[in-house]
Design a protein around this ligand. Structure first.
Ligand SMILES: [Zn+2]
Length: 214
């Protein structure tokens, strides 16, 4: 009988798990202690959204500070379909931006970066198998939201182009999980210690390797 709680790992996940265990072992040999920074499904879905919505409102407020509420111009009747196609494309681009940024910082470069899709949740993901400093991890986590959410939001406010505003709003929402991780990292401040962070291969979240300075 299979245990329903244990999700069956794919071959790639199994291999990633082995690399992860090996990395943990070598870090512990170097004197690091491992701390789990995991999220429950509730936290990931709800708290992430709760932190992200004020950012959405901020960009909305800035937009309507400079623009009318009534959108000008006429839009194609296919705008809905165009939007859905564009969103699917941008979700892939979002993951690519994670990969490029983290790959730039990772000791093993692009080789550390892996992309995949959790088909049950139709969620694409990007994962980095090299430990990163807090600043590096945060830059890689926020970059897709900056490039696809914040910058289009600013351009939309300047031009008054509503489709771009909607797109930027949706892309900010798409980064809710990343904003949650960044918030968690900012709250993780062990005193007088060297810390690096590593994606967990199967859990929702990451681990911190903490070495106390003596
Ligand atoms: Zn992301």
């Amino acid at each position: 009988m299979s245990d329903k709680k244990e999700r069956k790992l794919t071959k790639r996940e199994q291999r990633r798990k082995e690399i992860f265990i090996e990395k943990c072992r070598s870090m512990e040999e170097e004197g690091y202690k491992t701390e789990n920074l995991f999220f429950s499904i509730l936290q990931a879905n709800f708290v992430g959204l709760l932190i992200t919505l004020p950012i959405n409102f901020l960009f909305l407020a800035v937009h309507y500070l400079f623009n009318d509420f009534v959108p000008n111009g006429s839009y194609s009747p296919y705008i809905g379909l165009i939007f859905i196609a564009l969103m699917l494309l941008l979700i892939v681009v979002h993951e690519l931006i994670h990969g490029i940024t983290w790959g730039h910082f990772a000791a093993e470069g692009r080789k550390s970066i892996e992309f995949g899709v959790i088909w049950q949740a139709l969620t694409p993901y990007c994962t980095c198998s090299s430990p990163l400093t807090k600043g590096e991890y945060i830059k890689g986590a926020l970059m897709p939201t900056i490039v696809l959410g914040f910058i289009p939001g600013i351009i939309a406010a300047i031009t008054g182009w509503v489709p771009l505003l909607i797109l930027s709003q949706l892309m900010i929402l798409a980064g809710a999980g990343d904003v949650l991780i960044v918030a968690r990292l900012l709250l993780h401040r062990p005193k007088k210690a060297k810390v690096v962070y590593l994606d967990h291969p199967t859990e929702c979240g990451l681990v911190a390797f903490v070495k106390k300075n003596d």
